[in-house]
Design a protein around this ligand. Structure first.
Ligand code: ATP
Ligand code: MG
Length: 343
């Protein structure tokens, strides 16, 4: 049997550069590798773990799939589906919750971050998020998961659940590993934290025009253009201190984008300017915007074609949902038997 792959994106908005570089690029690489069988979903059930608007969700659970297809996910090579259409994910998650302690879930950094972001909405669904994610992965017995680095703590939970289930109920779950990419951590345009769909002003969407990209980059806070480049101990990660010794987070984000879209050498060039005569941010932002748009423009063309052909997209989703259900139902049935819930 081929190794399986699972990945998903929440239906909280249009895809942004972080989703593309951190997740979709990895999804594409594995889709094109004949050793793997790939399952890619829109994680619409995960959307309801934080406050959301019903109409937006209804729209986005399809929009994410359009973005997937536009970015190159291929229904001939991958099973493309909607999480909520495969009820088994939720059922298996409940079974898994019997081997996970509340304390463990409460201490996850991702849980704490979301609680900070939505202090009045720390729901049971949010606490359960990593268990549902473990179910998403293990229900296909996926061993490889192309996601950004922010998801690593959740993958650790999935591995623990796999180990516990295998030990207690003699299941045969693989311990899933993260498949990382060069863009596994794309910073927010605000300079603080990662780019996120649910953080206004943090992102550039795959559907943004050159004008939108320029406007978004214009908002990134910079400095005088000169300062000191510092390197994080033992890491190929850099940060920038302006002439007053203050951390220039916006500059850090810009130079990360330069590295991702124009290459590491270009980034080094700017760093030398920062150390020397100074960076002219107007010029940097303008050539960076062009480089980003050059990568997005073919995706946007493809998206227009797909938008003009809704029946084709509906058919892909319907078939994907059906294929996913077949595999998921089989796993769930086996687990129920092993847990004493079916004979
Ligand atoms: P939300 O704010 O609603 O949580 P998000 O932008 O964090 O949205 P998710 O749907 O949670 O996106 O994540 C989808 C995928 O994109 C995951 O694999 C995640 O690791 C990856 N991802 C999200 N943000 C980034 C980022 N800034 N850099 C790299 N990968 C990212
Ligand atoms: Mg997220």
């Amino acid at each position: 049997m081929k190794n399986r792959v699972l990945s998903g994106i929440r239906a909280t908005g249009r895809l942004h550069l972080g989703n593309y570089l951190g997740a979709v690029k990895g999804m594409l690489a594995l889709q094109d590798n004949a050793d793997y069988e790939t399952f890619y979903m829109v994680a619409d059930v995960h959307t309801i773990t934080t406050p959301y608007n019903v109409e937006e969700l209804r729209k986005n659970r399809r929009e994410v799939i359009l973005d997937y297809l536009a970015a190159g996910l291929d229904p001939e090579k991958s099973v493309i589906f909607q999480q909520s259409e495969v009820n088994e994910h939720i059922e298996l998650a409940f079974l898994f919750s019997s081997v996970v302690t509340i304390a463990k879930m409460q201490h996850l950094p991702t849980f704490k971050d979301k609680v900070k972001q939505h202090p009045d909405s720390a729901t049971m669904a949010l606490l359960n998020y990593p268990i549902l994610m473990a179910s998403d992965i293990l229900i296909y017995n996926a061993s490889m998961v192309p996601v950004g680095i922010d998801q690593e703590p959740h993958l650790e939970v999935a591995r623990e659940i796999a180990r516990r289930m295998n030990a207690d109920f003699r299941t045969n779950f693989a311990e899933p590993k993260r498949f990382g990419t060069k863009g596994e951590y794309v910073p927010s345009l605000t300079g603080e934290g990662k780019m996120s769909k649910s953080v206004e002003g943090s992102y550039i969407n795959l559907t943004d025009s050159l004008e939108d990209i320029k406007k978004a980059l214009a908002r990134v806070v910079t400095d005088s253009g000169r300062g000191t480049v510092r390197k994080k101990e033992g890491l190929r990660e850099y940060y920038y201190e302006d002439e007053n010794g203050r951390l220039s987070e916006g500059v850090g984000a810009l130079l990360k984008f330069v590295e991702l879209f124009q290459g590491f050498d270009k980034r080094r060039e700017y760093e030398q300017m920062y150390d020397g005569d100074g960076i002219r941010y107007g010029d940097l932002k303008s050539s960076l915007a062009d480089a980003i748009f050059a990568e997005l423009s073919p995706i946007q063309e493809k998206r227009k074609e797909l938008e003009a052909n809704p029946e084709y997209v509906d058919k892909i989703i319907e078939e994907g949902n059906k294929k996913a259900r077949e595999v998921a139902a089989q796993t769930l049935e086996e687990v129920k038997k092993k847990m004493g819930l079916a004979s």
